[in-house]
Design a protein around this ligand. Structure first.
Ligand SMILES: [Zn+2]
Length: 500
């Protein structure tokens, strides 16, 4: 009896870990009591419950270890994930976590066969009834006082899933509605700042500490090492994954979130800067990811990965011909946005399994190589821009970082997450045809204010910029709190997060 009870307790702790990471450990008591009461009174219900809960917990276990309990960022990225990315995501889960999930499922089946040696009686049935009533009252009280279901890990998990999915859905609808609307930029003007071509290269999943030009030990950034321009060491992306980060960088931010129709492309269009969006990331049509929707604002847009079902192997370098022809076009001013697949997991799929130097594990070595490939691509873009004889400026900005999994082991890899500084700290590089020196800027900046930088970078002036750049989370919205950095007689305003 005692041993069986211990086994059930181990099961309850395991599934509750998968559901809530045991942030409220005492709540596991309710799981244990429920299981014991069902085992004694209704064996069939007990068996089904144990197997169903064990099944859900096993499926979620690898995600819990990798990403924690469900949150809106996770659901939003899931909603916008293409099959291609989903395939890479699944193959990127370390095998050890898959084995743990199988172990939990097998253990659940074993626990379902256990029978506690305690006779059913009218008393045990009454205790079960009392327990159910207590749970129902707790649920009702939680709903009434708007509290979380922390008394039961499974209910807490289900509630989390439901609420995050509902708010992600609402946010998606809000964004879709906005993208069907014209922009509301008003009083847009542009002054000549000596440049005619603005190249914005948006990278993917690059951690700052993996950049040789900013201290990483393997030389994977020969271009950024030697190029003139400003390399920002403490730039933090506006979010931990592509949709959240880019929406909060490339669009104006209002009280309810990004005002998607007021974005850098619609602003460029209004300022008579001819816009191109060249992407090696997915587009499924008009109602697809909000980032692809931004791309559709461009006068000309190209998406190399068109559909959900294309397990495409398009390389970032496949975009070079499109970039070249955009550079060759004769518009007085132009903005060329290049959206890379860059270092998106699975890294070895990015590099065809190739890497020049081994670092920590095969996966991390491919990651290091993918950054080198991006650095080389930047060099090629700059070469094309120089050949085009344009007066160009370029920004390279990864959308977010990643965090380590199983660091310093042969199975080490990196994955999206939102809890670590490395998820946000990315390199940020600004250069131009006339940049005179190589500068490393160590001050702190946030991608949330990218739009204010964009305005200064392109020479666009707009009356509503103060209001639209306002982010209630960041406190004051006035330009007084901006930091002006002077390079090559041009002023770049980025808001200071902290003073160093
Ligand atoms: Zn991303």
């Amino acid at each position: 009896m005692f041993l069986k009870l211990i086994l059930i307790i181990i099961y309850a702790v395991s599934i509750d870990y998968s559901f809530t990471e045991l942030v409220h450990p005492y709540a596991t008591i309710t799981t244990i009591i429920a299981l014991c009461l069902l085992n004694i009174n209704y064996r069939i219900i007990y068996c089904y419950s144990v197997i169903i809960l064990g099944f859900i917990a096993s499926i979620y276990l690898p995600l819990q270890i990798l990403y924690g309990t469900p949150n809106i960022g996770m659901i939003i990225s899931l909603a916008y994930t293409t099959l291609d990315e989903a395939h890479e995501f699944i193959t990127n889960i370390p095998i050890i976590y898959v084995l743990l999930a199988i172990l939990l499922l097998s253990y659940s089946i074993f626990i379902a066969t256990l029978k506690l040696n305690y006779a059913t009686s009218i008393h045990t049935k009454r205790i079960l009834l009392g327990f159910i009533v207590l749970m129902l009252i707790s649920i009702l009280l939680c709903i009434k006082f708007n509290k979380r279901f922390i008394f039961s890990p499974f209910l807490y998990f289900s509630e989390n899933m439901y609420k995050t999915t509902a708010s992600a859905y609402q946010e998606q609808k809000r964004i879709q509605q906005l993208t069907s609307k014209p922009d509301t930029w008003d009083d847009v003007d542009i002054k000549d700042n000596g440049y005619d071509t603005y190249i914005l290269v948006i990278g993917e999943s690059v951690r700052r500490d993996f950049i040789h030009a900013l201290g990483f030990k393997i030389n994977n950034t020969p271009f950024m090492d030697d190029s003139n321009g400003v390399l920002y060491q403490n730039y933090f992306s506006a979010g931990p994954n592509t949709p959240i980060s880019l929406l909060h960088s490339l669009a104006a931010i209002g009280r309810d979130g990004p005002i998607v129709n007021n974005n850098i492309i619609s602003l460029a269009n209004k300022a008579n800067i001819y816009s191109y969006w060249i992407s090696n990331q997915g587009s499924l049509g008009l109602s697809d990811t909000p980032i692809a929707a931004l791309g559709h604002y461009a006068k000309e847009h190209v998406f190399l990965r068109k559909g959900d079902f294309e397990f495409g192997h398009s390389k970032d370098s496949d975009m070079l011909p499109y970039i070249e022809s955009a550079l060759a076009s004769n518009h007085a001013k132009k903005l060329i946005v290049v959206h890379l697949i860059g270092s998106h997991p699975d890294f070895c799929a990015r590099t065809d399994g190739h890497f020049e130097s081994f670092f920590m594990s095969k996966s991390v070595s491919c990651y290091v190589q993918s950054i080198k490939n991006t650095d080389l691509l930047l060099k090629k873009i700059v070469d094309l821009a120089n050949t085009s004889k344009s007066k160009w400026r370029m920004i390279y900005m990864p959308d977010h970082g990643l965090r380590f999994i199983s660091k310093n082991t042969p199975i080490a890899t990196l994955a999206h997450s939102d809890q670590y500084v490395e998820d946000y700290n990315v390199p940020f590089f600004m250069t131009s045809y006339d940049a005179k020196k190589h500068v490393v800027n160590r001050k702190y900046y946030t991608g949330i204010n990218f739009l204010s930088l964009f305005v200064n970078w392109t020479g666009v002036s707009i009356k509503s910029v103060n209001r639209n750049l306002c982010n209630p989370l960041m406190g004051s919205c006035s330009f007084d709190s901006m930091y002006a950095y002077d390079i090559n007689d041009q002023e770049f305003n980025l808001r200071v997060l902290y003073n160093d």
